[in-house]
Design a protein around this ligand. Structure first.
Ligand SMILES: NC(=O)c1ccc[n+]([C@@H]2O[C@H](COP(=O)([O-])OP(=O)(O)OC[C@H]3O[C@@H](n4cnc5c(N)ncnc54)[C@H](O)[C@@H]3O)[C@@H](O)[C@H]2O)c1
Length: 269
């Protein structure tokens, strides 16, 4: 077994011990195999925890095909390990074209069920990959942006299958968005820039669930935090939390780091 693959398995084994609910569900349904005969297409940031989810779906009987939900987010070691168990179409530094091809490959399974994170699979199934969704029973969508895209399809009367907005579950938005993203955003910025956060000025655009967590953690790291938020109630909440509040065009002049967490494009232009 090569080193990369072994490292991937080590990471998957490690998270296994920290995902007890998934473990319990797997234990409970592994005999019954409720997903037998179902094909599942999955596009979620491919790392150890989501690999663990894909393995659990397989243990419950599903045929699973996996990609990541962003061209740059797949962990190569985990992707290699998981590819021993199921088709995996992902690599860590994919181009936009490769990413698009990976999404198409995953959909070529003609999924009954879709696990989406950002709405890219759903979007394809409502357009150029329409024919691959003839047997699709539904999608579960992980994140705010994907839910926004699905709601737009629903408003236009074009949503072709039911969608579960996982993002809107309190156990998701209250915890993953706020504390998970609050932590991982700073981990990513520190690794990418190798800069000290303490003493810097951070502009956080959007004070929703993610923005709150990102702002809190920036403060915890010793930064001065400015929040820009279009919703006046949330802007007031940021102010009463002790953050400086200002429009982007003013705050950006002082900012060393700018983090957008709006779910919209062009929040900073
Ligand atoms: N792990 C991850 O990478 C992860 C996890 C969760 C969410 N997300 C993504 O993060 C983004 C934010 O998610 P959320 O759950 O915090 O959404 P949210 O709806 O709770 O918050 C978004 C906030 O941005 C504000 N906003 C919108 N446009 C703005 C603008 N132009 N200027 C200033 N404020 C603006 C809104 O008023 C709202 O308060 C989404 O794109 C979501 O998909 C990523």
């Amino acid at each position: 077994m090569n080193d990369l693959r072994e490292r991937g398995w080590e990471k998957i084994r490690w998270v296994r011990d920290h995902m007890p609910i998934l473990g319990l569900l797997e234990e409970r349904y592994a005999q019954e195999k409720p997903l037998l005969g179902k094909r599942v297409a999955m596009a979620i940031h491919l790392e150890a925890k989501t690999a663990r989810l894909a393995l659990a779906l397989k243990a419950l009987g599903a045929e699973v095909a996996v990609t990541s939900s962003n061209p740059l987010s797949a962990k190569d070691d985990v992707a290699q390990a998981l590819s021993e168990e199921m088709p995996v179409y992902a690599r860590g530094e994919a181009t936009e074209e490769e990413y698009h091809a990976f999404l198409r490959k995953v959909l070529s399974i003609r999924p009954h069920l879709v696990l989406d994170d950002g709405g890219d699979l759903s979007y394809l199934l409502h357009g150029e990959a329409w024919e691959l969704g003839q047997e699709t029973l539904g999608v579960c969508e992980e994140t705010t942006t994907g839910v926004i895209r699905l709601k737009k399809l629903e408003r236009e009367g074009r949503l072709r299958f039911p969608a579960v907005a996982v993002n809107d579950a309190q156990m998701k938005s209250l915890f993953d968005n706020r504390y998970g993203t609050g932590q991982s955003v700073w981990d990513a910025i520190m690794r990418a820039t190798n800069l000290l956060v303490a003493g810097k000025t951070v502009l956080v655009v959007g004070f929703g669930w993610c923005g709150k967590g990102i702002a809190q953690r920036a403060r915890g790291l010793g930064a001065q935090v400015i929040v820009a938020e279009v919703d006046p109630v949330k802007a007031a909440e940021a102010l009463l939390e002790g953050f400086q509040v200002a429009p982007v065009r003013e705050a950006i002049r002082e900012a060393d780091f700018v983090v957008t967490a709006t779910g919209c494009i062009d929040a900073v232009t």
